[in-house]
Design a protein around this ligand. Structure first.
Ligand SMILES: *Cc1c(COP(=O)(O)O)cnc(C)c1O
Length: 437
């Protein structure tokens, strides 16, 4: 660590790296190498025995990825992190690190579509059952828990509903049972610090806001180092019983000299080693560039999104605006308890006129890109009923929060006047057409 600061803006530029020891390079170099020469046979043996941490082979560890990992761990207040090939790999590993065939996980229903598929189908085929519960009532997590429940899972700010998850309530419930809460914080980096609210593990798709420029797919798992695995030996066998895949190591004991890092070391030395979803050094480099300016961007995204929500709220072609800052009651309380410094860059709205109006609006946009992505510096829009959610039945669409006229905006950091002008012309043309018909 090259800075004593705890401020995320500073850590994003300085944590985990000062200058390249070989060349003095200030920008983090892309260490495009597969392997690393050992100093001698003793060094090699120590690395393999985890007596010393160091580079062996880029599938398991790489110096460029290492800077990204250290940086995000410092920003989140965690003890370690693991960079993987995608957000999907991060959520899969986060669960597979604790649960095996016959075990189960309790998850919020409000999930990214890819995560839903992973949980409902692929993990199920591997024998890991995911039990979906409505996060409106945190007690639903306790009700779905049994002896084989190994983790809880949720997203901080899930779209399309944009209702913030009750992190503290569910994390505390889980801690009573010895069950960690894994939080996907993809939509709210820096705005929410899940470890401050009791979460044990954070996962990210860095593809979105952290990378921020729409260039690189990537994922991160961050270990809070704040979960007492050893106090729950029966509940958490993966970290408390000998692991035959690593010469019988009991992870909580084997890595104790390195700190409370059993969870994240096991993910690296078993899952990443065996399943191989490593992040390329080049993508880690791109993601580091994004992370360095994330604090500025997330602020600009949030400010622009607030103005977009206001603008839509007052527009005659808009039925309803879905945005944390416009919610009331318990949803608003959660938004204000868990998001600090802004409500993020996502805004949903229902356009009058249903599916045709939604598609027409998207087709008329000129500045906004029409893509199935969020978190780019550019403004993005999609009409879920005709795209991402078109495979679902109308009832299932509604259950996930997608009505026929729902439009999702990922508001970018362009000048707000240009953003509002584009939305305005696409909405007004629709209003004029409806009036003429
Ligand atoms: C995109 C996304 C993912 C999956 O990430 P990839 O990098 O596309 O694999 C997971 N969770 C959320 C909330 C996402 O938006």
């Amino acid at each position: 660590m090259s800075t004593q600061s705890k401020n995320p803006e500073t850590l994003a530029l300085h944590a985990g790296y000062r200058a390249d020891p070989a060349t003095g390079a200030v920008a983090v170099p892309i260490y495009q190498t597969t392997s690393y020469q050992f100093r001698d046979t003793e060094h090699a043996a120590n690395l393999f025995a985890l007596k010393e941490l160091g580079n062996i082979y880029t599938r398991i560890m790489n110096p460029t990825c290492d800077v990204l990992e250290q940086r995000i761990a410092a920003i989140e207040g965690g003890v370690g992190a693991l960079a993987v090939a995608s957000g999907q790999a991060a959520s899969a590993f986060a669960i597979q690190n604790l649960a095996k065939a016959g075990d189960n996980v309790v998850s919020s229903t409000d999930l990214y579509g890819g995560t839903w598929n992973l949980f409902a189908n692929t993990l199920k085929d591997q024998g890991i059952e995911v039990r979906f519960v409505d996060p409106a009532d945190p007690e639903n997590f306790a009700r779905a828990t049994d002896k084989r429940t190994r983790a809880y899972y949720a997203e901080t700010l899930p779209n399309p509903k944009l209702q913030v998850f009750p992190i503290r309530e569910v994390a505390d419930l889980g801690r009573g049972f010895g069950i960690p809460l894994i939080v996907d914080n993809t939509a709210a980096p820096l705005l929410c610090r899940p470890f401050d609210h009791g979460a044990a593990v954070i996962v990210y798709s860095t593809t979105k806001y952290i990378g921020g420029h729409g260039t690189s797919i990537g994922g991160l798992i961050v270990d809070g180092g704040n979960f007492p695995w050893e106090d729950f030996k029966e509940r958490q066998p993966a970290l408390n019983t000998p692991d035959p895949s690593y010469h019988g190591a009991v992870w909580t004991e084997a890595v104790k000299p390195l700190g409370p890092v059993a969870y994240i070391i096991k993910a690296r030395t078993t899952l990443l080693r065996d399943l191989g979803s490593a992040q390329s050094p080049f993508n880690a480099f791109q993601t580091i560039q994004g992370l360095e300016t994330l604090a500025l961007r997330i602020k600009a995204h949030s400010e622009n999104a607030a103005k977009v929500a206001d603008f839509l709220q007052g527009h005659p072609s808009v039925e309803r605006v879905i945005y944390p800052g416009l919610q009331d009651g318990e949803a608003r309380r959660r938004a204000d308890a868990y998001l600090k410094g802004g409500y993020g860059g996502l805004v949903g709205f229902e356009i009058k006129g249903g599916k045709d109006a939604g598609r027409g609006f998207i087709d008329r946009l000129k500045l906004f890109y029409h893509v199935a992505n969020i978190g780019d510096a550019r403004s993005l829009a999609i009409h879920p009923a005709s795209t991402t959610h078109s495979q679902l039945s109308p009832e299932d669409q509604l259950a996930t929060g997608v009505s026929d006229g729902y439009v999702r905006l990922s508001v970018g950091i362009e000048n707000i006047e240009d953003i509002l002008a584009d939305l305005g012309q696409a909405l007004d043309a629709g209003t004029a057409r409806a009036a003429a018909e």
